[in-house]
Structure formats: structure tokens, C-alpha cells
Design a protein around this ligand. Structure first.
Ligand SMILES: *[C@@H]1O[C@H](CO)[C@@H](O)[C@H](O)[C@H]1NC(C)=O
Ligand SMILES: *[C@@H]1O[C@H](CO)[C@@H](O)[C@H](O)[C@H]1NC(C)=O
Ligand SMILES: *[C@@H]1O[C@H](CO)[C@@H](O)[C@H](O)[C@H]1NC(C)=O
Length: 374
């Protein structure tokens, strides 16, 4: 081969060689894929085995459960809306979306978790509830359909719609809850967010991924995400214990979309709910500063007897001790309403024709105000 030909070859190959080098160095530091869905709301796709949730000391030897084993009942979509997830994310295979959280968010969330009331404690100042619960466990799960409404919530206030499970023994509690929350003090905005919250063995726990514990498994739907602002989302939220592993799964379904197993809280985190939870409940809750007014709950309107007039929670179902799905009111239930001046609760009564559609349901909510009591 002549020198000229050699040179020509090298010159021709040069761009290729350079490209190869670039690609290699690129692979060494592949930027993590991320989704910015609003200002200050970015999800980063993190290797499922390196997610921060697994940093909990009790999860040192934890094996990730990739799929929930409980079969999911197909409920009719009685609300007729064809809604799809907006801002749909899809992390690459082997990665999961984790909210990029600021130091401020982490410390706010942890502070809030400390003063957070829970459904098993007595009263805490500024907290009001409207809902139902049943304490005839062990239960293996609870789920319900509900909607979320954008509300005006001040920085020192919070408003929730939630389903929860829990057990208490002496001064100790284990519990898990999920639903919608507006909580500017934690999220730094007045948006409606889906969320999960837990408290485990040592009395510790937190929201979403603000501390280790929750194991994210879905590649598309993270625990904790702002709802679409335009349309209230009809969402089914449920928590259930996996029969095989004892882990507590968080499942969500928005309107006609498929059920999504978002992830789970591993059984290692808990010491009182290994064989089910004593108590399950569903309802609205608000929190206010000790001296300030109480925020609105639900859609801000009192139930007026028409199931469309105020916020509705429907198809409330539990998994009994044998993992059989039953209407919650096939067990004894308590109605909870501690501030009837500001909020209301109306158990569902509609013509028999519609009974099968809404299942066991109730309306709840109200405007809040200055004289709700403490
Ligand atoms: C984003 O975060 C910064 C810093 O906390 C804040 O000043 C800003 O108002 C936030 N933006 C939105 C839209 O919430
Ligand atoms: C994990 O396994 C090691 C080795 O068997 C053991 O020493 C350690 O206590 C385990 N950690 C937990 C949190 O179970
Ligand atoms: C929802 O979408 C399905 C499939 O695209 C369609 O058959 C159905 O008519 C739609 N329902 C409504 C209420 O728009």
C-alpha cells in the first residue's frame, strides 16, 4: 500500500475513529434521563437497584419484588371520562422515576412528618376529619375511587383525601396512607399531588421519597406527582398487602387507564402489620396552624344530599383477612366528623339502580373557616 493511499484511508477513517472515541466517553457518563414536568418538578430515571428508597438500614438485605401478586379486580369506569396521563413519563428499562428533591423539600417533608397527625392518634390541634373507618381487622388492603380538586391552601395549611391502613399497640403505631394532598409547606406549591405516607417500626417515616423506605417499581408513574391542573382526576388509590411477600403495595388507576403498581413499602419497615392491619379508613382531612383559619376540604362544598354536589368517595372496598375483596360496609364502620360547622359527611343513599355502580360511597367536605374548633 502506498503512503498516499494509507494517508487517504486514515483521513477517511478519522471522523469514524473520533466518533467512536466520543461515543465511548459518552457511555462512561451517560446523563441520566429526566423529565421536567413543571418548574421545580423534575423526575430523574435512576437505576432501580440504586434508588434512594433502598438506603434504609432495614433494607440492607432486601430483594426487590418486581410485581405484585394480588389479582386486581376490574371495576367499571362509571365516570365516562376518557382521560389519559398527561406528562407521561417512561423511564428506560431498569430505571425508575424519582423526584429530584431540593434540600429544602427534604427538610420540610421531614419536619412535616414529625408534626403529622395520623388516623390512629387522638386529636391533634388544627386537624379535622370527615370519613369512615373500620377497626375489625386484620385487613389486607383498602381502596376507593375519588376525585381531587384544586383548592386555595395557605402555606401553613394542608388538605387531603386519603385511604389508609394501620395498627396500634400501646404507644406504637404502624400506618400507611395514600391519596391526594395540597400542602404548600411540603411541596413548595399549591398544587394537588398524589402522595404516599408511612410510619414504621421506630416511629419514623415520611412522604413519598423524602426519606428511604418506599421502593419504586413502575417506570412511568412515580409515587408523588402533581395532578393535571385542568381536569379533576378520578383516581382509584389502593394499598394492599402482597400475599407472598408481606410487602404493602401502592396501586393507582386513573379513569380508564390500566391499574398501575407504583411500588411498595417493604414488610421489613413494620412490626405491627406483618399479618394485616387492624384498621382501615377513607376520607378527607385538613390541617391548619393553631391560630389560623381551617382550609377547605374536598371541593370546598358541604354535601347537600345529591351525590354530585360535593366531593365523592365511591366503591370503597377492603381486602379481608383472606384477601377477599368486599365492600367496606360489610364490616362494622364508624363515621368520623369532628367539626360539623365547617365540614360535612353524608353516607350514600341512591336509587337501587345505581347501587352497583358506586358501591359503598359517601360525600364529604366543606369550606372550613374561622370557627372550626381546634
Ligand atoms: C421554584 O423554587 C424556587 C426556590 O425555592 C422558588 O423561588 C420558585 O418560586 C419556585 N417556582 C415555582 C413555580 O414554584
Ligand atoms: C443482612 O444480612 C447480614 C448477613 O447475613 C446480617 O448480618 C445483617 O444483620 C442483615 N441485615 C438486616 C437489616 O437484616
Ligand atoms: C373511551 O375510549 C374508548 C376507546 O378509545 C371508546 O370506545 C369509548 O367510546 C370512549 N368513551 C368515552 C366516554 O369517550
Amino acid at each position: 500500500m502506498s503512503t498516499e493511499i494509507m494517508m487517504a484511508l486514515v483521513m477517511n477513517l478519522l471522523p469514524l475513529l473520533l466518533t467512536a472515541v466520543l461515543v465511548r466517553s459518552d457511555q462512561n457518563m451517560v446523563p441520566l434521563k429526566s423529565f421536567k414536568i413543571y418548574e421545580n418538578v423534575t423526575y430523574v430515571c435512576i437505576d432501580i437497584y440504586k434508588q434512594p428508597g433502598l438506603d434504609h438500614p432495614l433494607l440492607q438485605n432486601h430483594t426487590i419484588q418486581m410485581k405484585s401478586s394480588v389479582s386486581k379486580p376490574e371495576l367499571n369506569n362509571q365516570f365516562g371520562k376518557n382521560k389519559t396521563y398527561k406528562n407521561k413519563m417512561e423511564c428506560p428499562d431498569g430505571t425508575v422515576p424519582i423526584l429530584r428533591s431540593s434540600k429544602e423539600y427534604i427538610s420540610n417533608a421531614q419536619l412535616f412528618a414529625k408534626k403529622y397527625f395520623h388516623p390512629l392518634s387522638g386529636d391533634s390541634p388544627g386537624t379535622h376529619i370527615a370519613g369512615v373507618r373500620s377497626s375489625n381487622g386484620p385487613y389486607r388492603g383498602v381502596g376507593a375511587w375519588f376525585d381531587g380538586f384544586p383548592l386555595n391552601i395557605e402555606r401553613d395549611q394542608a388538605s387531603y383525601t386519603q385511604v389508609y391502613i394501620g395498627s396500634g399497640l400501646n404507644n406504637q403505631v404502624n400506618f400507611i396512607q395514600t391519596g391526594y394532598m395540597t400542602n404548600p409547606g411540603v411541596f413548595g406549591d399549591g398544587r394537588l399531588w398524589t402522595y404516599g405516607f408511612w410510619k414504621g417500626k421506630d416511629g419514623k417515616g415520611c412522604y413519598n421519597t423524602a426519606c428511604p423506605g418506599f421502593v419504586q417499581v413502575s417506570r412511568d408513574v412515580p409515587i408523588g406527582k402533581p395532578a393535571d391542573p385542568e381536569v379533576p382526576d378520578w383516581t382509584r388509590c389502593s394499598i394492599h398487602q402482597d400475599k407472598g411477600t408481606g410487602n404493602w403495595w401502592l396501586t393507582q388507576r386513573i379513569s380508564n387507564e390500566a391499574y398501575i403498581d407504583i411500588g411498595y413499602w417493604p414488610k421489613e419497615l413494620f412490626d405491627l402489620i406483618g399479618n394485616g392491619a387492624n384498621m382501615v379508613g377513607v376520607g378527607g382531612a385538613v390541617q391548619a396552624a393553631r391560630s389560623g383559619p381551617s382550609p377547605p376540604m374536598g371541593n370546598g362544598k358541604f354535601p347537600n344530599g345529591d351525590h354530585k354536589g360535593s366531593s365523592l368517595i365511591s366503591n370503597i372496598e377492603v381486602l379481608d383477612s383472606n384477601y377477599v375483596q368486599r365492600k367496606m360496609n360489610s364490616f362494622p364502620i364508624e363515621q368520623l366528623l369532628d367539626s360539623p360547622k365547617c365540614y360535612g359527611l353524608k353516607m350514600g343513599k341512591i336509587p337501587p339502580l345505581h347501587v352497583s355502580k358506586l358501591g359503598f360511597f359517601f360525600n364529604y367536605g366543606g369550606p372550613g373557616g374561622n370557627s372550626c374548633g381546634i
